[in-house]
Every structure is written in C-alpha cells, then in structure tokens.
Design a protein around this ligand. Structure first.
Ligand code: ME8
Length: 506
C-alpha cells in the first residue's frame, strides 16, 4: 500500500519579503518531500503565508497600505519564492482565504464545545514582533527574551485552559520520543512544560485584523491559533471526511525554525487535544542563520534575497549549499567565501568533474555509445550510500550526513578513475578494459544522480538525461541492478553540469 506523507513549512508572515532564512526552511522541506516521492510515497507538501495579526496591521499602517494590500503583495513574493527555489509544494495556503477562516473558526468551536475556553481579561506584556505574550519574570532589561520590544496590554480576552494540558503533554512527549527533534530542543520543551503552564489568552480586542471569534465578533482570534490551524485547513477541515484529511492527518512533519518551536510543540498539540484531534507525528526545529556573523535583520539591511544567490551562483548550487553547510538543527553562518568554496570543491571539482570526465571519454573514445560492462565490476558503491541508510538520514533530518555520503561516493569514483586511468588503457589498446571502467563509472554516476535528486532536481535530471536514463526509471526503486545502464545505448553529447564559479573582477 502506498504510504501517505504530509509535510509542512511554517506559514510566513507577510510584513516583509522573503530572505534566505525562509528559503532555507522551504528547501529543507522540499528535499524531504522529493525524497519521499522518489521512495514511492503519496506526498502532500504545504506552505503558505500567515497574514493576520497586529504585526501585519502595524506594518501596513507604517507602509501606508491596508493590511490586505500588504498581505497580497508579500504573499505574492513568498509564492514567487516557491517558484524561484523550485519548491515542489502541492498547495499554498493564505490565512485570509475563506477555506482557512472557516477551518480556524471550526477549530475554535470544537475547543469551546469541549469546555476548554473561557472569557476573562488579559493584563500583561505582549510583543508585537514575536506575536507572543510574556510573563514579567521572562523579560530581560524590559524586553522580550528574543530582544523584541514589549507593550503592556489590558483587554477582555478569551482564554484557553492550557494549564490543564501540562500532564497530558508531558505524557505525550515521554511516550513519543521522536515527537520533537532535535534532542536538545526536545529537552528544552520538556523543561519549559515541567516549569508549569499558564492559561493562554487566545483573543484580542484592541485591533481588528484577524479572524472574528465565533459568536463574539468584537474579538479576533490570537494570530497563533489562527496560523496553526492552517495545517488542518489545507486538508479540508472541518470536513473530517474530506479525502485529504483522511489521507494526511495527522501530519508526518511540521518543520519549523527554533524560534517558533514552543508554539508548535506546546500550544498546537494542546489545541489539538482540546479539539479531540490526533497530534502530528513529528516537529523538527532547525537552527538560525546569521549573515557574515550578524543576525539577519531589517534594520541592519543585511537580508540576502534568495533571488540574488540564485542569479549569481545557480539554483541547485544555492539549494545544495544551504543544506550542506551546517548540520541541520544547528545555527549557521552564511559566508559568501564558504559558498564559493563548497560550489567549487564539491560540485564543480568533485561531482561535476566526475560526470564531465566520464561522459566526455565515452563520447570521444566510444563514439558516444555506452561500452560493455557490468554492475558487478563496479568498484564504487561498496562504501557508497545505499537507500536504507539514506532513508535513515532523511527520517532523522540529517541532511549533512546524507550529502557527506554522496560526496564520499563521488570522491571514490574520482579516485577510481585516476587509478584506472582509462586514457592510458586506451593508449595501450586495452579497449575492452577501458570500456568496463567507463561503464562502471557511468553506473556510479547514475546512482549519484538519483541520490542528489531531492537536493538538486534540475542537475540530477540533466545528468540522467546525459546517461539516457528513461524518465520512468529515476526513482529509488530503480537504483537496483535490474535497472542498470544498458551497454550499447547511444548517449547524447555531454554538457557541463556544475561549472566552476569564478569571481568576477571589475
Ligand atoms: O514565525 N534562519 O513566520 P516568519 C533560519 N508566521 N530560518 C529562518 C530565519 C533565519 N535567520 N528567519 C526566518 C512565523 N526563518 C509565523 C509562523 S506557522 C503556523 C506560523 C524561517 O515569517 C524559520 O523557519 O517569522 C522560521 O521559523 C520561519 O522562517 C519564521 O517565519
């Protein structure tokens, strides 16, 4: 039976344009979605934009726009980002869409019917930038622990009985060790919950840019309750018989940045428990990027537009670098110098060189016809990556380990080519031996191309095209010997795949 797999990115705030931090999360999810599709799963991959709340309303006022106009413009930029980065999302949800509004209100009603919501008034600190409430004791020098400004808020508000879920949450974390990753973040969440949970204010009355609370139109829903509901809205909730809801809920993975783990690993499961819905299987919090050592911020003006990277370095090169540079889960620093190094050493000099040397030798010395050989002779792949291992890395969100293995595989193939020196075999007239060497290299390249597909789909296809691999034989199932390259196949003329990046001198 085909396995269903549902993966989500956070939905991005529309008060600003996308930067590489957003591209990072979306590319990571894209790699996972593509990996799952290539493994034969039926995938639903959701992304979108978070458009309500005080933060958006305030930014719109500052920009002299209506919140809706700001949302439309910036949601468009996030939508463009999916195209730019070759993100294979199946849906793009906007929280201003009627399907979402209906779903968020239905979720509210479900929680209310269960007796988990009550009316009171909120008095305390709020950070508009974080869209979060803070206790007095959490403030550091009068600011939120994130460094964001806070303001004093006093207003009538509906509350969610979060305090009643403390034990249930702890029991869930204990029974499901992979519910939160990585481990260090899981521990942080557990100690936060153990520290005690207070009831949560889930409606606001001092502004109006939000989803009206059912039956209390003076209140708008707290933007995080509104936003988290997106993961259900896209599946057709509240229709629990909708085919997508039946197939894809609970989600397999909510991918988030570490900044928003608490909302996903504490509030969201409690909301779902209150509504009687199953909980997502996993929430993974990745690290935070800085740029040349500095926090990405509007005021520093250092945000790198993903389009600039793609234009200068190439799409697949950018995707590869983002996931390659730091162990997923850790913080990373974007350095242009490192990006050039990685592109040149791993893509141009390693994988690219391997493909280029092998295919041009087949082109020149074998008239472009794949020579005789057998996978049995294949020297590489012994310590190379295999599917089971790759799958494990993917399940654990260990992109660095996955890509390390691919690079190792390509390095071994390059060592083999140097050692066997097919050009020397040609000179000695040992054409059959030369053919065998080239065949086994081509077969290794085929495997490398399949393994890199989730990370660099266009380059993978370009390589597989040059090996004349049929379109319907490019998934993990086709790694096996049964689908190995057929000697005698006419190959198209070779094309460079990963050019060396040369710094422009002005
Ligand atoms: O938090 N490094 O939206 P958001 C790495 N709307 N990742 C980064 C990053 C950086 N410097 N900056 C942003 C929200 N991100 C809410 C989410 S979900 C129901 C609602 C990524 O626009 C990271 O994934 O502030 C982070 O969690 C997300 O962008 C936050 O985007």
């Amino acid at each position: 039976m085909t396995k269903n797999y549902y993966i989500t990115t956070p939905i991005y705030y529309v008060n600003d344009r996308p930067h590489i931090g957003h591209a990072y999360t979306s590319v990571a999810c894209d790699v996972l979605a593509r990996f799952k599709r290539l493994s034969g799963c039926n995938v639903k991959f959701l992304t979108g934009t978070d458009e309500h709340g005080q933060k958006i309303e305030k930014s719109a006022v500052l920009a002299g726009m209506t919140p809706q106009a700001m949302a439309d413009a910036n949601s468009g930029h996030f939508h463009d980002l999916t195209k730019l980065m070759n993100i294979s999302n199946d849906d793009f949800i906007r929280t201003t869409e009627p399907r979402h509004i209906a779903s968020a209100q239905a979720l509210w009603k479900k929680m209310e019917q269960g007796g988990h919501i009550y009316l009171d008034s909120y008095k305390g600190w709020y950070s508009v930038r974080d869209e979060a409430y803070y206790q007095e004791s959490e403030l550091v020098d009068g600011k939120a622990p994130t460094g964001a400004e806070v303001e004093w808020v006093e207003e009538p508000s509906y509350f969610f009985k979060l305090s009643a879920f403390q034990d249930k949450l702890l029991a869930h974390y204990a029974a499901n060790p992979s519910f939160i990753g990585p481990e260090s973040r899981r521990n942080e969440v557990i100690s936060f919950v153990k520290g005690g949970l207070k009831d949560l204010s889930i409606s606001r009355t001092t502004f109006s840019w939000g989803i009206p609370v059912p039956g209390a139109p003076k209140h708008v829903m707290y933007v995080w309750l509104d936003a988290l509901a997106n993961y259900l809205s896209a599946l057709g909730y509240p229709d629990e018989n909708a085919s997508d809801f039946k197939a894809f809920w609970p989600a397999d993975l909510h991918m988030v940045g570490k900044d928003i783990l608490r909302f996903h690993a504490v509030y969201w499961p409690a909301f779902l428990m209150a509504a009687g819905l199953p909980l997502p299987k996993r929430i993974f919090a990745h690290g935070w990027w800085t740029i040349e050592g500095e926090k990405i911020s509007k005021s520093l003006g250092n945000a790198i537009a993903p389009a600039d990277l793609v234009t200068e370095f190439g799409l697949d090169q950018t995707r590869w670098f983002l996931l390659r540079e730091v162990p997923f889960g850790s913080d990373g620093n974007f350095s242009r110098e490192r990006m050039v190094q990685v592109i040149n050493s791993e893509l141009a000099n390693n994988i690219g060189n391997l493909v280029q040397r092998t295919l041009s030798m087949i082109n020149k010395n074998c008239n472009g016809i794949l020579p005789n050989g057998s996978v049995k002779d294949s020297p590489v792949g012994i310590t190379g990556i295999n599917f089971e291992e790759a799958q494990l890395f993917i399940e654990n969100n260990e992109f660095d380990k996955y890509t390390n293995r691919v690079i190792k595989y390509a390095s071994e193939a390059n060592e083999y080519i140097d050692k066997q020196a097919p050009w020397a075999l040609k000179k000695l007239g040992k054409l059959e031996e030369m053919g065998k060497v080239l065949y086994s290299l081509a077969e290794s390249i085929r495997k490398i191309a399949i393994f890199i597909h989730p990370f660099m789909p266009e380059s993978s296809s370009k390589i597989l095209d040059q090996l004349a691999v049929p379109f319907d034989q490019r998934s993990f199932h086709h790694l096996s010997e049964t689908f190995s390259l057929i000697p005698g196949t006419v190959l198209p003329p070779p094309q460079p795949v990963f050019p060396r990046f040369i710094e422009k001198t002005t």
